[in-house]
Design a protein around this ligand. Sequence first.
Ligand code: COA
Length: 327
Amino acid sequence: MTYSHVLGTGAYTPSRILTNHDLERIIDTSSDWIVERTGIRERRIAADHEATSDMAAEAARRALLMAQTEPAALDMIIVGTISPDMPMPSCAVLVQAKLGATRAFAFDLSAACAGSLYALSIADQFIRSGSAKRVLVIGAEILSRVVDWSDRSSCILFGDGAGALLLGPTPDPSRGLLCAHLHSDGGGAGLLSIPGGGSRHPPSPEVLAKNMHKIAMNGREVYKFALRVLPEALLESLAAHGLKPGAIDHVISHQANARIVESVVQRLGIAREKCWLNIERYGNTSSASLPISLDEANRAGKLKKGDLIAMMAIGAGMAWGSALLRW
Ligand code: COA
């Protein structure tokens, strides 16, 4: 039997910082309100010349460097994103070309903030089946270009960034990705969406005038949904391996709002100190959030061989899930 484990991690965040105080000058808000409700103090904003594939490729280069793997060794590249460079071709093929990963097939995955968790699970299936040996899983977003900067209830949340994981096979069943459990509920599609710009409402002067090409969110309902499903999702992965929350060494989670992560772990009796929280510095970077967090914890030397990492993510769809990773 073959299992997949993480060979390298990488992240890229743009250098421009937009603080809460900067936002106070654009919209009717206060830094204290944002910190209290979300835990966010600042977020990164891509430079004008940067596109999502540029950031994704940079995060991927860093993961490949850590793993001392040449791009030509890659079999497959998955980019979780809802803010690709363009509707087609995929962001992933642009990354493939930038890296020179000539052998890899590449595609995007649309599961919003759960994108990299979904991608991780798919990569794992290809590796377990023996169909792929080196797979790049990337989450990359330039949300600053799809955020409605006139909507104070949503624009304060989001930021730009990219994270990447390189997965490869191991014969050791006690290492790597133990399991992933994915869920969707399209009944919640209206809670968080970019309603315009696709086939339902093609680009038009009306779509632009009504800001329908920007993120629209019912924050309170998304919050309640997340708190309902995320604890269940984590328990589902733990139960699949006969484990209890006390077995978890680290929580590496998508960070939509610090309060969501803190409430979930509190409900399960997991110490807050076990969560790698960086939302204070980056805001919600959607699919990039989970791989950026894993890379930061990894480079900080926090992850020890044998540690149990619990992952969870939730995003528009609604789409959510959990995974367990033995480092
Ligand atoms: N600054 C100041 N006041 C704000 C504000 C802002 N940026 N945004 C909203 N408010 C106001 C509202 O107008 C409202 O005022 P009112 O009571 O006079 O009507 C008040 O604050 C409370 O609004 P509410 O939406 O209930 O706040 P909240 O506590 O739910 O926090 C979010 C709002 C968006 C921070 C929170 O709901 C959230 O994080 N939800 C999850 C969103 C998410 O994670 N999305 C991504 C999923 S991947």
